[in-house]
Write a protein that binds this ligand. Sequence first.
Ligand code: PLP
Ligand code: COI
Length: 355
Amino acid sequence: MEEIKVIRAKTLKPKPEDESKLVFGRTFTDHMFTMEYSSAKGWHNPTVKPYAPLELDPANLTLHYGQALFEGMKAYRDANGDIRLFRPMDNFARMCQGAERLAMQPIDKDMAFAGLKKLLEIEKDWVPHSAGTSLYIRPTLIATDAFLGVHASDTYLFYIILCPVAAYYKEGLKPVKIYVEDEYVRAARGGIGFTKAAGNYAASMLAGTLAEKKGYSQVLWLDAVERKYVEEVGAMNMLFVIDGKVVTPPLRGSILPGITRNSVLQLAKAKGLEVEERLVSIDEVYETAKNGRMSEAFGSGTAAVISPVGHFYWKGEEFAVNGGVMGPIAQDLYNTLTGIQYGRVEDPFGWSIKL
Ligand code: PLP
Ligand code: COI
């Protein structure tokens, strides 16, 4: 593999003074990693260089037709001061699956991982130390052809940027209120919902904004065909505890195959819980939340890990799950998963990678 070039920043930014005040996605580190693709050279020119704006042609294909994918993962500082990643190759593999669907060039996963490790070696002091903080990692793949024909790009840029982030929850895990969206949809089967394509997030913005205005933190997405079956919650996967079983919608093409979702399901099984991947209708959510058969509802994702749902709003009515309080299964899964991520809890799965 081509050796990674390193160009050091001449001046370094001050590190955050108060790690508890970091706003997600606003503070970036001193360096970034980039690599380029052309059919003649393949993936080439892997470089760690100063964080800087990209220069893009106004006809850049990504800006017009949205050939763009991103990933999200984190680096965690453990009690010994070492830096750990959580299932990083799964993120790169998911980006490759997305690339195939968007007719983009899949990344060279080994070059990407080598680049990430080199970048983290240089930026290691940016991995925050306070409890619950981490360094959010944003790998991104964009098309770079300057061409207005509707045609897949021949050239691509892959880059990784880093942001130190605070603990997602300041005072424990606070259950959120969710608006059940039965007009707008995020993704349809056969489309690109299973990828982390930029376009999926564009499709979600309006509903998210309207829900916020009504006092809800996120929307619950329903399927695009019948507006009947639960898909995801905001930008997280959705899980329920119904009759004591962990239940989550199956991956049928419109849902992102979350790495946290997969980890939660494996952990739940290892803890002896029954797990069901099956369709869950919004009527079932309403009925079982009301009659108490549903004891918990929570989202799963890299940013928050587990985010309990306290209330849903649907068809003019707000109803609670478990009296609006976080349940014991979500709490236990959260403790174990974050324990593995920060190296506090034994990891029989081989998920936590110490650098
Ligand atoms: N669903 C969507 C739409 C997402 O953007 C994310 C974000 O990361 C997830 C689910 C959760 O995926 P993961 O657990 O891999 O972070
Ligand atoms: C997650 O990590 O759970 C997210 O939803 C990331 C988001 C910023 C797209």
